[in-house]
Design a protein around this ligand. Structure first.
Ligand SMILES: Cc1ncc(COP(=O)(O)O)c(C=O)c1O
Length: 354
């Protein structure tokens, strides 16, 4: 039986989107491909309301998390974390031989200005943070954090927007971030395999002076090619067709309406979870794409098995809260009708398991 995905990524990809990728292959060193990349980049700028450079790589989002660290940090970075994905960026720094100042907050709670104010070490070149922390279901207040960073430092601000971009209004024009990383398989509702980073001129100027940036994810080389609407290496052409299609879909729906739909879907799931089991993330900072629900004794393995039989898939917990939570992804092209179907199926399953 086929299953609908209410997962945290990859997410459900609709048949029209899959069909949009079913096109004859083209070679990426030619006008036809350049036109495609040009169109995609212009539409990303339109959807996100930014003017910055947009770089695309055949990788999962982590590829450009690493690309940012390798390309923009010579010696020292600071990593803010209140969950697994904040920790991951710190780890990427460490594994690439950078000194990492760790600024950690409590899991399930938002990172706030006092976590950062006056705490950044002087020689930090870049600060990494996660917008929507997928392990805890917390949407960090990026604007507040960015202000707290910029008040004390001229470090680059590099944001993991993996489960936020396309679903949440990050007000990017105002934030003027140095890097925003995301991937195809989350709120853009495409298959996995394409990483995107939007970069500032400031970051690119500093990157030009960084040594040992590597080859495959070197942002400086990417930008040189992107200026000619070209990829650095062979791109996932089918995914580029899919992205072109999805960006049109987003613009047709209306970006603000898409954000409002995500809000409504999140409200539905949160309403269900708070009555039945309990929410993990603190009120006021709950994600509009991922709800992390306390298991409160629910046998997730059995719950998941029964839900799958009914044609629905949700996600287990992640990181240190793996055994006490599970997660529902409500992002991409899903509708409130889809969410209602899931909530009904979960009610039925809980009733069966009583
Ligand atoms: C917030 C966040 N950051 C980073 C990643 C890693 O993305 P990828 O698996 O595309 O490398 C994920 C994946 O779930 C995520 O949710």
């Amino acid at each position: 039986m086929s299953r609908r995905l209410f997962t945290v990524g990859p997410v459900e990809v609709f048949p029209d989107t899959l069909a949009s990728m079913n096109r004859a292959m083209i070679v990426h060193r030619g006008k036809e491909y350049q036109d495609l990349q040009h169109r995609v980049v212009e539409k990303i700028r339109k959807v996100l309301d930014i003017d910055s450079d947009v770089l695309l790589a055949p990788a999962s989002a982590s590829g450009f998390l690493e690309g940012c660290v390798r390309s923009a940090v010579e010696t020292k970075m600071a990593g803010l974390s209140n969950g697994s994905f904040g920790d991951r960026w710190q780890q990427i720094g460490q594994e690439n031989g950078k000194q990492v100042q760790r600024l950690n907050g409590e899991w399930g709670k938002a990172l706030r200005a006092p976590h950062i104010a006056g705490k950044l070490e002087r020689d930090v070149e870049a600060v990494t943070l996660v917008s929507n922390e997928s392990s805890t279901g917390v949407l960090n207040p990026v604007g507040e954090i960015v202000n707290a960073i910029r008040e004390q430092s001229d470090a680059l601000v590099m944001v993991d927007g993996v489960t936020a971009v396309g679903a949440v209004d990050l007000k990017l024009r105002k934030l003027d971030l140095d890097a925003l990383v995301f991937g195809s398989q989350k709120a853009l509702a495409l298959p996995p395999g394409l990483a995107v980073v939007c970069v500032s001129d400031r970051l690119m100027e500093r990157a030009a002076k960084v040594k040992n940036r590597g080859y495959y994810l070197d942002l400086v080389q990417y930008k040189k090619m992107a200026d000619k609407d070209l990829p650095l290496t062979t791109p996932p052409v089918s995914l580029m067709y899919g992205l072109d299609y999805q960006l049109d879909k987003i613009l047709r729906e209306g970006v603000q309406e898409r954000y409002a739909r995500h809000q409504r879907m999140a409200d539905m799931v949160r309403g269900w979870a708070s009555k039945r089991l309990g929410l993990y993330a603190e009120e006021g900072f709950r994600s509009n794409t991922i709800t992390v629900i306390k298991l409160n004794g629910l046998d997730f393995k059995e719950f998941d098995r029964r839900l799958r039989q009914k044609g629905f898939e949700v996600s287990p917990g992640y990181g240190t809260v793996k055994d006490v939570t599970f997660r529902i992804g409500h992002m991409g092209d899903l509708s409130e009708r889809d969410i209602q179907d899931l909530l009904d199926a979960m009610d039925e399953t809980m009733e069966e398991m009583r």
